[in-house]
Design a binder for this molecule. Structure first.
Ligand code: BG6
Length: 470
């Protein structure tokens, strides 16, 4: 096939993590409580109190990234570690921790790719209504300024938010994440405040004249339809607005999709959208987009019944269901393979999605997460995760296919750099390139995929087994 070129040597190869999922040390060095600490403790659920203990082991983790040939590390900053309270007081111990982490990256020649918010809102803000409270958007602006001011000379790649769709839909619409609500009006308000906060962060970055670039990271599920009928096309547009467009259009083009706002305005109050704030959103679009890709959304037209949003957190196949009344129904392709957590394995969706995102936004793209979550026995000398190798090969191939067609893609981050806490799925759902034995002193052991990835990176992608999808 065409395009067996090598990846540019500036292409970033790395892994990604998130503060709550890996740091542990939940109450160490004056860190405040996060909404996840609070929610999981209150409900007596498996939590990230210790997680992968990255807080104490980051030196070893970053050294292993280097030894694995990786050139960049995507991680997030913990808001409750950095800001002590609603008054916005800075916790210098938290700042010092991130300085040590950033210094370790630079010592090993690893480019830090920093997310300001990956879901761990301080509980002192959640107690004030969380993302339903407009003040939280402005508190995020303060956090962003503190981060730029303190870390601006060590970071060149920033993103405001990780996956607004996922934490807003799960927290306010589906109810499986804190604060556990199922309320459309509140979902809309939360979504609006997050997109406003993102634009305020971009504005602070531009006004401060810091080095580098700023973007946003989206949980990208490109939409396919079951057929070509007009009804299916309408359902696809609803699904695309729900899954993708309210984040990407708003962050990249500076406006919420007009048909989405019009549809919602038929049944709900949209007066929370204020003209001056919409202007901030319009004027502060991102420099690049980060796309996390796990699977696509395959839809058919809505037929009947109430909205149903069921997510599989047990790892027992066949439990998930998404029906949005009057909008669309998600269906499963009978020819596809699914994980135990009902995630479809569909690399072509990444190629399709990259082409679509490029066509719509024409901005540089980083694939900021991609991986497969499975149960693994990590007591062996080396986990032979050939399924992960094949998954990564096929998805990097999809990226290369899109690059062949002119899409400007600048990096690939495996989810995850090492095993970590997988939110409501606990630690049994493993994604890492490096195994972490949570039972046995947090011992780290590279999996086969870690060595495979090193080989791919050193070949600048040449060793990827290529294939066309059509
Ligand atoms: C992304 C998130 O949605 O997917 C990560 O950015 C998350 O934080 C990852 O862990 C995988 O999802 P899960 O629920 O399987 O951990």
């Amino acid at each position: 096939m065409e395009g067996d070129y090598l990846m540019d040597k500036n292409f970033f190869w790395g892994g990604a993590t998130a503060s709550y999922q890996c740091e542990g040390a939940w109450d160490v060095d004056d860190k405040a409580e996060s909404m996840w600490d609070h929610y999981l403790h209150e409900n007596g659920m498996e939590n990230g109190d210790v997680a992968s203990d990255h807080y104490h082991r980051f030196e070893e983790d970053i050294r292993m990234m280097k030894e694995g040939g990786q050139t960049s590390y995507r991680f997030s900053l913990s808001w409750p570690r950095i800001i002590k309270n609603k008054a916005g007081e800075i916790n210098l111990k938290g700042i010092e921790f991130y300085h040590r982490l950033l210094d370790a990256c630079h010592k090993h020649g690893i480019e830090p790719f920093v997310t300001i918010y990956h879901w761990d809102l301080p509980q002192y803000w959640e107690a004030e209504g969380g993302w339903l409270n407009r003040d939280v958007a402005y508190a995020f602006e303060h956090l962003a300024k503190v981060c730029f001011e303190h870390f601006g000379d060590k970071v060149r790649y920033w993103t405001t938010f990780n996956e607004p769709k996922w934490f807003i839909a799960n927290g306010y619409f589906i109810g499986n994440y804190p604060p556990g609500l199922q309320d459309v009006q509140k979902t809309m308000i939360g979504a609006y405040h997050v997109m406003l906060a993102s634009a305020l962060g971009v504005r602070a970055f531009r006004e401060g004249g810091y080095q580098g670039q700023i973007g946003i990271v989206h949980s990208y599920t490109p939409v396919n339809g079951v057929d070509d009928t007009i009804e299916t096309k309408i359902a696809m547009r609803y699904a695309d607005n729900y899954c993708n467009n309210w984040i990407l259009d708003t962050a990249a083009l500076g406006k919420f999709p007009i048909d989405l706002v019009a549809k919602l305005a038929q049944d709900y109050d949209v007066s929370f959208m204020q003209a001056e704030e919409l202007q901030v959103i319009k004027e502060n679009t991102v420099d690049f987009i980060g796309l996390n890709y796990y699977a696509r959304t395959l839809v058919k037209p809505y037929t009947e019944g109430e909205t149903q949003l069921v997510f599989n957190h047990s790892g027992k196949k066949g439990q998930s269901k998404v029906v949005i009344k009057g909008w669309f129904e998600q269906v499963k392709d009978p020819n596809s393979e699914f994980t135990a957590w009902d995630t479809e394995i569909y690399p072509k969706g990444l190629q399709d999605g990259l082409l679509e995102a490029w066509d719509r936004y024409h901005l540089p793209i980083y694939v900021t997460e991609n991986g497969v979550g499975v149960r693994e026995d990590v007591t062996v000398d080396q986990v032979n995760d050939d399924y992960r190798i094949s998954f990564m090969n096929d998805h990097i191939n999809a990226i290369m296919n899109a690059m062949d067609r002119g899409v400007d893609i600048r990096g690939y981050y495996a989810w995850a750099s090492f095993d970590l806490y997988s939110w409501k799925n606990g630690v049994e759902k493993r994604y890492g390139l490096v195994a972490v034995d949570f039972e046995k002193g947090q011992e780290r052991k590279p999996k086969a995929s870690y060595y495979w990835f090193k080989d791919i990176i050193e070949s600048h992608g040449e060793k990827i087994q290529r294939r066309a999808f059509e």
